[in-house]
Design a protein around this ligand. Structure first.
Ligand code: AMP
Ligand code: GLY
Length: 428
């Protein structure tokens, strides 16, 4: 099977690593890709959000499957265009990707499907925002309705800051803002692969959204992740599938916009039970790095089955025992004003990487090669990823790998998976 992956981040390099390890994959292409994907696949220049350009590339390469990584191409209709050209595509239609593209739409579908989520108001004027803030009280949660790369959400105890974020979102063309109740309790990312009818869960992971240690500073796209969750209540995955994923898949199908691809449920385990914080229409980044590190079943066949509507015919997924962790190295200034162009040193070659079960490796995110030098090209630059028998061992390996890597002004969190490794996560 020849595969084209669309995107250029850590998620896409992690997908490429998993697909390259699948013996059924005979050719691997990534567009646009990064320095990591260039080492194991052929990179191609393309504007990922241009459906015609992606379809033309897939046709020219003669690939059997296109895997769309990020949300923006999905929302732009890339999967629709690829499928219309008769090529299998892993990723939902633009209509179904609205589950991520519009928080207001997601709330509507959740209400229809009976999925537990935070109470919310969709506001279109600053007066409505102010009224909703006062109804729910602090801490305030204010979200841009549209796509914002994980940076459209402000959670704050400061009413003025909440109102200011609301005003900034409303100032955009067709701006709308979702104000919702604050959800306490640990967060879980659960990914389900679905063909629009059946759905198969992957292992639950936890992401670290805030830029600083101890969950301080602004929200980012994600600064690290680990899986599985030693503290998760028994039956969590089954409960999420029964109360969240399957009802959402069923409702999307009944509405005439079946969701086929990856449904990412961002959850909070609150004292009143589980609640959906958000849906995404694609693999999470950086959670994919740890989830795929633990997946034993060859990935290509699973993604193709989802694209073709034959997921129900597959045997259950198989998983490695043990734990995986990934720690993001970010560029100076990330997330507010990332400074790109810095030179990276000490990054081990993919080919020279460790192999075997107990290992650590670099997943590239915003990297490129300029005259042989490895250069940072994005806010999230790379991810030190490791797998070991437990979280303590996986943390040691990932942080040891990061120790040897240099990027002037680069920063990373030092506490990824620390509370879980020390058994300090408690459920409310
Ligand atoms: P989202 O883009 O909706 O996932 O929001 C980004 C992050 O903001 C989440 O991962 C949470 O950490 C936080 N967040 C979003 N909604 C809420 C909420 N209702 N209560 C508490 N935290 C939230
Ligand atoms: N890691 C969060 C996301 O992918 O949206």
């Amino acid at each position: 099977m020849e595969i084209l992956i669309i995107g250029s981040g850590g998620r896409e390099h992690a997908l490429a690593l998993a697909l390259a390890a699948d013996p059924s994959v005979t050719g691997l292409h990534v567009a646009p890709g990064n320095a990591g994907t260039a080492a194991l696949a052929t990179n191609h220049a393309v504007l990922a959000t241009d459906p015609a350009a992606v379809t033309a590339l897939a046709s020219r390469l003669g690939v059997d499957l296109v895997v769309v990584g990020p949300e923006a191409p999905l929302v732009a209709g890339v999967a629709d265009a690829v499928r219309a050209a008769g090529i299998d595509c892993f990723g939902p239609s633009a209509a179904a990707a609205a589950l991520e593209g519009s928080k207001a739409f997601a709330k509507q579908v959740m209400a229809q499907a009976g999925v537990p989520t935070a109470m919310a108001h969709v506001c279109t004027t600053p007066e409505e925002v102010a009224a909703a803030l006062d109804q729910f009280g602090a801490p305030y949660v204010v979200k841009d309705d549209g796509l914002a790369g994980g940076k459209g959400v402000v959670v704050t105890g400061d009413r003025e800051a909440a109102l200011a974020h609301g005003r900034a979102c409303l100032a955009r063309p067709d701006g709308a803002v979702v104000v919702e109740e604050y959800l306490d309790g640990p967060e879980v990312s659960l990914f389900a692969i679905t063909d629009g009818v059946s759905a198969v869960p992957l292992v639950p992971a936890q992401d670290f959204k805030r830029v600083g240690d101890g969950d301080t500073g602004p929200n980012t796209g994600g600064m690290g992740a680990y899986a599985p969750l030693p503290w998760a209540p028994a039956g969590l995955v089954e409960e999420v599938m029964a109360r969240v994923v399957q009802p959402t898949v069923d409702t999307m199908r009944r509405r005439g916009t079946p969701f086929a691809g990856l449904l990412y449920a961002g959850l909070a385990l609150t004292r009143r039970g589980l609640r959906v914080v958000e849906f995404n229409a694609r693999f999470g980044d950086p959670e994919t790095q740890v989830v795929l590190a633990l997946l034993r079943t060859p990935l290509a066949g699973v993604l193709r089955a989802a694209a073709r509507g034959t997921l129900g015919d597959l045997p259950p997924l198989e998983w490695h025992p043990g734990s995986a962790i990934t720690v993001v190295l970010a560029a100076p200034g990330y997330p507010e004003a990332p400074e790109t162009g810095g030179v990276l040193t000490g990054v081990p070659d993919a080919a020279a990487g460790e192999s075997g079960w107990d290992a650590a490796w670099v997943v590239h995110a915003g990297t490129d090669r300029h005259d042989g030098a490895l250069v940072a090209t994005g806010g999230r630059v790379l991810c030190a990823t490791a797998r070991a028998a437990d979280l303590v061992g996986a943390r040691e390996r990932a942080y040891a790998l990061l120790e040897g890597i240099r990027l002037a002004g680069g920063h990373h969190r030092g506490d990824i998976a620390l509370a879980a490794a020390e058994g300090r996560i408690t459920l409310p």
